[in-house]
Each structure stands twice: as C-alpha cells, then as structure tokens.
Ligand binder design. Structure first.
Ligand SMILES: Cc1ncc(COP(=O)(O)O)c(C=O)c1O
Length: 399
C-alpha cells in the first residue's frame, strides 16, 4: 500500500482516536526511523519514551526471537521462568520487594490504585480509599486512571467517573497536606509531569510528600511510566530525590517497544493482594519478560546508557537554551536527563510538523511545549542536527 492508501484505509477501518501526522513508518534502527518512501528520520520521540535503547536494539530483538521459538504464552495459573527472573531483577535494582506484571501504563496504575485501596482498608478500615492526585497529571485512559488524571478534558463525556480521587496543585506539599483527611489512602504523583509539558517539581517536593505519607500512614505511589527505565539519567526518577516510594508503576521503556507494564511495591503493601485479588491474562507473558530482561541487562551492562543520558541531556538543554536566547517566543527550557520540554509562546504542533518535513521527529504536548525524549543512545552530532533544524524553523517564524 502507498502512503496515501494506508492513511485512507486507516480513516476507514481504525477508530478515530489520534491526531496523527501523515507519515507511515516501516522500519527503525537505533535513533532512526524510515518511512514508506525510504526517507530517514532522526527520532526525538522514541515512541513517547518507549524505545529507550533505540529501535530494534540487537540484544532485545534476539531475546524476543529466542523466547518466541520456545514458549510464547502460558497462563498465570502456572509459572514461567522469564517472569520470575524479571521480577528478581526489578527488585534487585529498586526499593521494591515484589512485582505485579501487566501490559501498559494505565493497567499498572489500575493495579496500584486497587492495591492502595486494599492495603489501606486492611490498615485503616473501609472508609480509607481516597487517593490524592495532582492537577494536570496524566495516568492513563481507563476509567479509574482518567479519573485520577488531573485534566478535565480527558474526562468530558465519560461521566459518571470513579469515586475516590481528588486533585490538588502539583509541586505544592501544603496543598496535599490540606487535602488529607480520614479517607485518604495514598498520594499518586509523577516525579516529573510528562504529558502536561515536562513540569519538573522542586527538589524538596518528593521528600515533602514522603514525610506527609509517613506522618499520616499513607502510601506514596510514583507513576514512573514515562520517567522510569533510565529516561531521567537514573533507572528510576525517584533515585534523584533520596526517598523511597511504597509503589512505582512502569511500562513504556520496560520492554523497549514490546508491550509490558509493572507495579513494583514494598512487601508490607504487596501482601494485601492474595490469589483472586487481581490478574491479567497476558501480564508477565514470557516474551514480554524476555524483552524486559534484555533491557535491564543492557542498563547494567557496559553500554553506559545512564551516563550518556545525563551528558546528552545536559548538552541538549544547553543548546536549546541558546535558541531561547535567540528567539523571544521561546519561554522556557526544562527537564531532567533526556525528558526535556521547550515551552513556546506559540502553538507547537505546526513546528513539530515542519520538523518532520525536515526529517526530525519531535513531539508537541500541552499545545505549546515541544517535548524531546530521544533514545538514550543519542549522540552530540545528532543533537546538533536537531538544533540546526529548529534554528531554521524558528528563523522563519521570527522573520
Ligand atoms: C505518566 C504516565 N502514566 C501513564 C500513562 C499511560 O500509559 P499507557 O498509554 O501505556 O496506558 C502514560 C502515557 O503516556 C504516562 O505518561
């Protein structure tokens, strides 16, 4: 099928839930994507923080191929070794004692919400079920996770919503403190808000929330679906803050493109689940787990991925700040590691579209924020190419 045919057929057969750019990608290698016509693109989106090791990473591809030939699926009524090995690796490299596997970020957050309710009720009685979340947060599109998300536009038309959530201002510990009452079970928060424009909180924010949780007997749940798996220069973003959460949710980069989600938890929380409490047919699927084991082994092998993420992140911020000095419509540059936002005084989608024409894939979120989340293997030369393209496009705007 030609480009035009794919797009036309998509309009006919695929539900209209995405505002897509008119490109059909057919191949990916490292930091590059290729379309139907063979045009090469430099990828600064990485599937929105998914292909952290680059497209078709060799180790991950081989691990998937081997597992596909051995065992593709087995019910969770039985054991499979990749699931156990992955859980052990995640526990070894995190605060957690146990893991629940699922298939996506929303599902991981659903599991966290259910576990928080079950564990809090066991501790504090049936009235303890409320979860405090943050304004402008994003936790997924299932009914409970969109209710948890602090954005009205996601909820409109889907009422009645799930009871038991209230949202307060992000980056404000006292707003959370004021919202706590006898019903509060947990605080659910992104260490950096990704979808709402890469909002980085103050350094004392997560420690402040940890303290509140300790004082009031609440669970601190970190949604690391976007910030986890090396994106901010550490395996998990909470590592920057010096605190330990009670639960962390993961997806996106965990399988480097193979769908998998996970809820990590401390033992005293995890023990609230028992057989029958929660389940997922495909959760902990051996192929998905084989992919994620390869991802974990790459992070702790000789690839120096986290170090490259930190160095390239700092370099990208420096170069973007130079553009900010040159063009008055650039309002701010912010981020951590390779999760970086550039806030503009104008609509960003058209800029992202022009970048695509120039062979660079860039995301726009929250209408006016260009978001950069390239594979963590990105090089200085590739960043220079992005900056040159942005400079050209910005120059046309400024003229
Ligand atoms: C912080 C955060 N949580 C949850 C989700 C939902 O993940 P999924 O689309 O895999 O359900 C996303 C997706 O962008 C996210 O960024």
């Amino acid at each position: 099928m030609s480009n035009e045919e794919v797009i036309k057929e998509a309009g006919r057969y695929v539900m209209n839930t995405y505002n897509r750019f008119p490109v059909v990608f057919v191949k990916g290698r490292g930091t590059r994507l290729y379309d139907q016509e063979g045009k090469e693109y430099l990828d600064f989106v990485a599937g929105i923080g998914v292909n952290n090791l680059g497209h078709c990473n060799h180790r991950v591809t081989v691990a998937i191929q081997k597992q596909v030939q051995r065992l593709m699926h087995v019910s969770n009524l039985y054991y499979n070794e990749p699931q156990v090995s992955l859980a052990r690796l995640l526990v070894k490299h995190s605060f957690a004692d146990q893991v629940f596997f699922c298939n996506s970020g929303a599902e991981a957050n659903e599991a966290a919400i259910k576990l928080a309710r079950k564990a809090a009720k066991a501790r504090g009685g049936s009235e303890r079920y409320e979860i405090i979340t943050m304004e402008n947060s994003f936790h997924g599109r299932t009914l409970a996770t969109l209710t948890a998300s602090g954005q009205e536009k996601l909820k409109s038309g889907f009422e009645p919503l799930v009871p038991g959530f209230k949202s307060v201002q992000y980056n404000d510990v006292s707003a959370v403190e004021k919202a706590i009452d006898h019903k509060t079970a947990a605080i659910l928060v992104e260490p950096i808000q990704g979808e709402s424009g890469v909002q980085v909180p103050r350094d004392d924010y997560l420690p402040g929330l940890r303290k509140l949780c300790d004082e009031h007997g609440l669970f601190l749940i970190l949604d690391e679906v976007q910030t986890g798996m090396g994106r901010t220069g550490r395996l998990f973003a909470y590592e920057h803050s010096g605190i330990q959460p009670d639960m962390v949710t993961l997806a996106k980069g965990l399988g480097n493109g193979f769908p998998i989600g996970a809820l990590l938890a401390k033992a005293q929380v995890a023990e609230a689940f028992s057989p029958g409490s929660h389940a997922s047919t495909f959760g902990g699927n051996p192929v998905a787990c084989a992919a994620a084991i390869a991802v974990m082994e790459t992070f702790f092998g000789d690839d120096h991925l986290l170090e490259n993420c930190q160095r390239m992140g700092e370099y990208l911020v420096r170069q973007l700040n130079k553009l900010a000095q040159k063009y008055a419509f650039v309002r701010a540059v912010r981020g951590k590691g390779l999760l970086i936002g550039m806030e503009l005084g104008l609509e960003g989608r058209q800029i992202a579209s022009e970048c695509l024409t120039e062979g660079v894939v860039v995301n726009c979120t929250a209408e006016k924020v260009l978001r950069f989340l390239p594979p963590l293997i990105i090089t200085q030369e590739e960043i220079d190419r992005l900056i040159a393209v942005l400079d050209r496009i910005f120059q046309r705007r400024a003229a």
